[in-house]
Design a protein around this ligand. Structure first.
Ligand code: DX5
Ligand code: ZN
Length: 218
């Protein structure tokens, strides 16, 4: 059986001074999505970029924009990210009090919706909302920085979410390499963010080394 694996390079590891060229290079290299990490210096210690930057790069890329919001009270900015050109908006369970309402807000803006869990967050919080979601993002590192090591307890979490839903997309973010991806696929995940791994080598070779797994019979 082959699975529909998607690779979403994180532009957090790109050269910000030439983002437009970096996105073009990713597209040519075979990336399926562009993963866009938005950080507010509050929910996570780091600060990256917001809607104006996304709006500006949107004009220069055909890639699916997978926007990962690591910001407090994301409900304040959903309109702005939707209008800037996000295709998918993923919010953290830990970042809002009214998660159900925020999910409905994203859907009403005509965007795909994902919900993300920090490494210490139990999958139990998904029980009453999972049928509303396009994607569950399981963080395999603590959010905030690229280049961290994969946390092994992620594997059991993937299995737990896959047991809750056979259809929801399961995305893994953090520490993904050609070494860590296989066990995540075996556990039931199908969309992979890779930042430092893709950007620290030849983009095409790195993306192919992750996609080759798609051909593996599991
Ligand atoms: C971390 C971000 C990730 C990060 C992954 O907070 O959400 O998307 O870019 O980086 P790597 O692949 O280097 O662990
Ligand atoms: Zn991310």
């Amino acid at each position: 059986m082959t699975k529909n694996i998607k690779i979403a390079p994180s532009i957090l590891s790109a050269d910000f001074s030439i983002l437009r060229e970096e996105l073009k290079a990713l597209e040519i290299a075979g990336a399926d999505w562009a993963h866009i990490d938005v950080m507010d210096g509050n929910f996570v210690p780091n600060i990256t970029f917001g809607p104006p930057v996304i709006k500006s790069i949107r004009k220069h890329s055909n890639l699916f924009f997978d926007v990962h919001l690591m910001i407090e009270a994301p409900e304040r900015y959903l309109d702005a990210f939707a209008h800037a050109g996000a295709d998918m908006i993923t919010i953290h369970v830990e970042s809002t009090i009214h998660l159900h309402r925020v999910i409905q807000q994203v859907k009403s803006l005509g965007k795909k919706v994902g919900v993300s869990l920090n490494p210490a967050t139990s999958v139990d919080c998904l029980k009453y909302i999972i049928d509303e979601l396009d994607m569950v993002l399981i963080m395999s590192v603590n959010p905030g920085f690229g280049g961290q090591s994969f946390i092994e307890t992620t594997i059991q979490k993937i299995k737990d979410v896959r047991e809750m839903s056979s259809t929801v997309d399961i995305q893994i973010d953090g520490g993904i390499t050609d070494k860590t991806i296989l066990k995540c696929i075996e556990a039931g995940a199908n969309i992979f963010v890779a930042g430092s791994y893709v950007f620290s080598g030849n983009y095409k070779e790195r993306i192919e080394s992750l996609k080759i797994i798609d051909k593996v019979v599991i």
